[in-house]
Design a protein around this ligand. Sequence first.
Ligand code: NAD
Ligand code: UDP
Length: 313
Amino acid sequence: MDRKRVLVTGGAGFLGSHLCDRLIEKGNDVICLDNLFTGRKENIRHLMGNPYFEFIRHDITEPIYVEVDQIYNLACPASPIHYQYDPIKTGKTSVMGALHTLGLAKRTHARILQASTSEVYGDPEIHPQPESYRGCVNTIGPRSCYDEGKRMAETLFFDYHRQHGVDIKVIRIFNTYGPRMNKYDGRVVSNFIVQALKGEDITIYGDGSQTRSFCYVDDLIEGMMRMMNSRDGFTGPVNLGNPGEYTMLELAKTIIRLTDSKSNIVYKSLPQDDPMQRKPIIDLAKKELDWMPSVYLEEGLIKTIDYFKNLLV
Ligand code: NAD
Ligand code: UDP
């Protein structure tokens, strides 16, 4: 068996823990590194006894010395509430995290994948978004710590590739949801589901006409692993997301219906720089990775609702 030593930074988070599951299932030797800022041991507890799984509590703003064949760099808070809690730390995590993992990749000759984001497109002026679009990002707003941090990380990845020949892969992830989202992280899917299950008001920011495209976690992890194992020389960046596009009002109504909830919808002010629309063009992922999402929104929401039902009991 081709057992690889794989480092997953941010491995105790929502996406990272699902990635660790899949890597272990496929017979790899996994090191999960996390400072547990937004990640939780509960997400990886079921892996703890496995001899091919190790957890290291470590902050990626500090260097790390391990011997690995592949690195998935996911460490970074992803929800606006969490990345704006300590914006300077968010910038450090993205930039120094990229430097440290790239340095590690250079020394060990490991292949390295960066979890970048659709936020590099900012509040996009063209719709839907192809990888060639350079984005419309406010450099000084409340979201900038995340957006610009991720943009700088992409720059570092491509500079390490050109300057040192590091074997890089860059994915731009669009809004992804599913079990193990942190119920307090304020992202829209977890917020609406928890509010609906508790019978609390569903909080729509703005008039609810802004759109997002939601990808179920299993689809995303499949695309991420296909990218890691894609042909030599294909660096990306490649969009990974589900092109189905919904307004936040449509999402709220769907979740109310699926949970059979009596919750009311209330409207709150729209946060500054909140993107008005977002939808990926995924032609490149289809061509290079033979990948496209297969889980419809309602199907994925039902699984996520079941997860939160158990959690809230
Ligand atoms: P998450 O908050 O659940 O996971 C991030 C993980 O990184 C957490 O476990 C957290 O504790 C850890 N972390 C944060 N700062 C760290 C540091 N300094 N050192 C070590 N660990 C640190 O969020 P997620 O949704 O799983 O996102 C994972 C990655 O994917 C992030 O890089 C995020 O930017 C990217 N991404 C996610 C989405 C999405 O919709 N879920 C969309 C675009 C990009
Ligand atoms: N949103 C909302 N109510 C909430 C949480 C979020 O209407 O309780 C909106 C938010 O303003 C944004 C969209 O939902 O327009 C997606 O927000 P999220 O934080 O999940 O992701 P991002 O803005 O980073 O895409």
